[in-house]
Structure formats: C-alpha cells, structure tokens
Design a protein around this ligand. Structure first.
Ligand SMILES: [Zn+2]
Ligand SMILES: [Zn+2]
Length: 353
C-alpha cells in the first residue's frame, strides 16, 4: 500500500510499504477516507524531532476519518463499514491515567501517538491507504455521515484541542480574550470563545491571510511583526492586559507573548506543541502578577471528542471552512511544503489516498 514516510528534515514522501495487518485482538483495520497535516507535524517536517524518527520507516499523520475494514476479536464497539475517527494518541481505556481522563498519558501504550516515530509507540500513521488502530474501542469514535470528511478528521486533534483550550481558559461573560496563533486550531478556539460572551477579543498571527480569516469573525487582529503591536494590543484592555490568553502555536516566543498580554490574576492556556527544552520563565513575575498557567499541548483529546462532535452537529463550529487545499496522498510532499511555507493562502490541507 501507499503511505507517507519520514526520510529526513523537509523530506516526507509517499512510498510503497507492506499492507496493514491486524495482529492483536484489540486492533482494528481502517481504510483512510481523508487525513490532513497538523501544525504539530511541522515540527517533524522541519527536523525538530529527527532523533525519534526512523528514516525510511517512520510513518506520519495522526488525523483521520475512515471506514472500518476489519476488527480484532476483542473489538466490540465497531464493525465493518462503520465511519470512524480516533484520538491522535492511543489510550487503552483501562489504566489509571485513562480512568482519570489523562488519556494522552496512557500507561499501557506509554504515550503512544500515531505517526510520531519510535519514542511515541512506533505506530503507523494516517497518511496512508489503511492503518491499524490498537485499543480501538477506547479511543475511536463513530462519525455521522452528515459531518463532512474535513470536519470529521479534526476530531482527532484540532477541534478537541480547541475545546480543551476553552475549558482551561474558562472565559466568563465580558472577559477580554487574546488568542495567539490563528492556524486552524486557533480559529476553532475563536469560534468557541465567541460563544462564551467575551468582551474584547484579539487574535494574533504573523501570517496575513490567517488574520483576514480571524477578522471576519469580528475580532481585533494584530500582527506581532508590526512595531508597537504590544502597546496596540494592551490598549484594547485599557492597558491592563487580557483576562484570558490562549496559546495555539508552541514556540518560546509565542508563550512569552502570552505573558506579555495577560493581566495580573489572569489565566494563560497554552495548547501549542512545544519542542524546545528551555524557556526563560520569570518566576518572580508569575508570582507577583498571580498568573495561572495551564499547558496541555499533549492534549487528552479522547474525553472531548463527543463534545467536539456535538459542537459540529449543532453548528457552533464548522471546521470544514478552514480547508484550503486538497491533495492526493502521492503528493503529500507538496502538501507538507505548502503548509510549512503558509504559501498560496494555505490553511488546512485535505489529503485523500
Ligand atoms: Zn495534531
Ligand atoms: Zn490507558
């Protein structure tokens, strides 16, 4: 079958690999209908995770909508023909961490993530014609036919992450909100936040076409590459800073922006995927300003997939509108390149085998 494989930095290609085969009773074989590239995949693409990727072997991709082809004997919730998505991380549903809802930290699978190399369970990826879902009963979800393929595949990662960001920020009516990062997940954060009755809302990104999309929602948009951006942003809050700040990027620079934007006693919810080991955190500043910091980029999405589905079914958010390009799996290298460069108005890529 065809699948995308990591060969090195900026070298992810579609090649032929052996067909997926069920080897354990808890596994399920799924035919990929559509997949995509997550912002977190760009860390792989730029080589930040090179040491954990087996060159010429490690597959990529963790976002899925597909059809069940076959199930192992222990799979009870799904049958051949079901339309499904699944959480990007594989959780067993039975261990302590799964029981307390921290499914990304599953003790059985040891934090296994689809398409993220040897360190994260050495699993197959969704950038493929078919794939195996281990412990399928515990982290897959049936998806109604009314939900489009693009919207459905965001159940794996983007949309539940946006839901979690809003839960952690806990926006109260009238509160001023800043969202740092207007990629697909950041835009979904905005969609949900705007339903919580916020006061002033500002969106931050360096990519002009993303700011245009955010501005259409009626929020203030600010490019941090422009001089005076911070003063302009703080002016929206009478110079005090934002009550709630949500980070959806994952760089030390963007986390620092959050500390610059948040008011005394405010909350930062950082859902970006951070790959850097160090951050120059000013502890005295955090203490003296009473800042609450949540970091959940390694998000426990499985418990939030139902809520995400409900939001799509009831029209709170429609992730399909963020898809800008469609590629065939054989052109996955082009999809990565355009998404990485944010070229050609790139937002979210739909990839079909
Ligand atoms: Zn993701
Ligand atoms: Zn578990």
């Amino acid at each position: 079958m065809k699948a995308a494989v990591y060969f090195g930095p900026q070298d992810i290609r579609c090649v032929s690999i052996p067909d997926s085969v069920i080897r354990s009773d808890h596994e399920m074989l799924v035919k990929v209908a559509a997949t995509s590239i997550c912002g977190s995949d760009l860390h792989l693409y730029r080589g930040a995770l090179d040491p954990i990727m087996e060159k010429g072997k490690s597959q990529t991709g963790h976002e899925l909508v597909g059809e069940v082809l076959d199930t192992g004997k222990a799979v009870g919730r799904f049958k051949r023909g079901d339309r499904v998505s699944m959480g990007y991380s594989v959780s067993c549903g039975h261990c302590y961490m799964c029981a307390v809802g921290q499914t990304a930290h599953c003790e059985t699978t040891q934090k296994a993530v689809y398409g993220f190399g040897v360190a994260f369970g050495n699993l197959n990826g969704t950038h493929a014609e078919t794939l195996i879902l281990p412990y399928a009963d515990s982290h897959a979800i049936k998806v109604p036919r009314e939900i489009s393929d693009g919207a459905a595949l965001t159940l794996s990662c983007n949309l539940p992450a946006a839901v979690i960001a809003n839960h952690l920020a806990d926006i109260q009516p009238g509160e001023n909100v800043a969202v740092v990062g207007c990629g697909p997940s950041g835009l979904m954060v905005l969609d949900i936040a705007l339903h919580r009755g916020p006061g002033r809302v500002a969106a931050f990104d360096k990519v002009p076409h993303r700011l245009v999309t955010a501005a259409k929602k009626g929020v203030a948009t600010i490019n941090p590459d422009e001089e005076g951006w911070l003063e302009n942003a703080l002016q929206l809050t009478a110079g005090r800073g934002f009550d709630k700040v949500i980070e959806m990027v994952g760089y030390p620079e963007t986390l620092q922006m959050c500390f610059d934007l948040v008011r005394c006693g405010g909350t930062i919810a950082a859902l970006g995927v951070f790959c850097d080991n160090t951050f120059n955190l000013n502890l005295a500043d955090v203490f003296l300003r009473d800042i609450t910091l949540h970091m959940n980029g390694f998000a426990n999405v499985q418990p939030y997939m139902w809520e995400s589905l409900r939001m799509m079914e009831r029209g709170v958010v429609n992730p399909q509108e963020y898809f800008s390009h469609t590629f065939s799996l054989s052109d996955v290298d082009k999809a990565f390149s355009i998404f990485h460069q944010k070229a050609d108005g790139a937002m979210k890529m739909l990839i079909r085998p």
